[in-house]
Write a protein that binds this ligand. Structure first.
Ligand code: ADP
Ligand code: TYD
Length: 193
């Protein structure tokens, strides 16, 4: 089963992901951007204020393709539980926002169409719901993606994804205490298992 953690920067994904390691010691814990050289290229782009947003989309997408073939698909084929801190929905939401002013009509739909032929849809996506101001505060606004007006557009894109596929998403209020968030996440994963 493939479980993904999604939400704005600072929503608490990594905190939850670390705690889940103790609950599911046999699961495969992974993340995007990955730790491969594709992921390194993505981080270079994140740090470049003048990066072309379309070029950046394809860097992230290349990292995803490698992640799928090298980590996700083999683990699923072995019957493992896979928990990924960010996955395709991050592209739909974030690059859907960075490309909002481009010549592409509906960037979110375009990015989905690029992924559809090769990606593996998650079985369950935990969405850690938080307002952009709290998210930006928590994340320290260290990079160009962590500004609250940008995060507002990203959040709207996540809402659109949830509306289109409500069965797959579990929305968790990420402003609760870390313990309450973790308990809610664990309950949703246990249900799905
Ligand atoms: N439920 C929570 N309440 C308050 N602070 C939190 C909570 N979850 C995480 N944090 C803190 O917020 C910051 C960002 O958390 P992190 O897990 O790195 O988020 P993300 O991976 O989504 O960017 C960290 O300093 C973390 O300790
Ligand atoms: C995976 C992914 C991440 N991102 C962005 C979100 C983050 O601002 C940045 C790095 O992701 P990440 O290291 O997960 O940041 P955080 O832990 O703060 O949430 O990359 C995208 O824009 N598109 C993507 O497809």
């Amino acid at each position: 089963m493939l479980v993904t953690l999604e939400g704005l920067d600072g929503s608490g994904k990594t905190t939850v992901w670390e705690s889940l390691r103790e609950t599911y010691p046999d699961a495969v814990f992974t993340r995007e951007p990955t730790e491969s050289w594709y992921g390194d290229a993505v981080y270079r782009s994140i740090d470049a204020d003048d990066a072309d947003p379309l070029a950046e989309l394809f860097l992230y997408t290349a990292d995803h393709a490698d992640h799928l073939s090298r980590v996700v698909r083999p683990a699923l084929a072995d019957g493992d539980l896979v928990v990924s801190d960010r996955y395709s929905d991050s592209r739909y939401a974030y690059q859907g926002a960075t490309l909002a002013d481009s010549d592409i009509d509906d960037p979110l739909a375009y990015i989905q169409s690029v992924h559809e032929p090769f990606t593996r849809q998650p079985d369950l996506t935990i969405y850690l719901d938080i307002n952009p101001e709290t998210a930006a505060e928590r994340s320290g606004k260290t990079n160009k993606f962590e500004q609250s007006d940008y995060l507002q557009r990203v959040r709207e894109n996540y809402e659109r994804l949830i509306d289109a596929d409500p069965e797959r998403f579990a929305r968790i209020d990420a402003t609760q205490s870390p313990a309450a968030v973790f308990e809610a996440v664990e309950a949703r994963i246990d249900d799905a298992l």
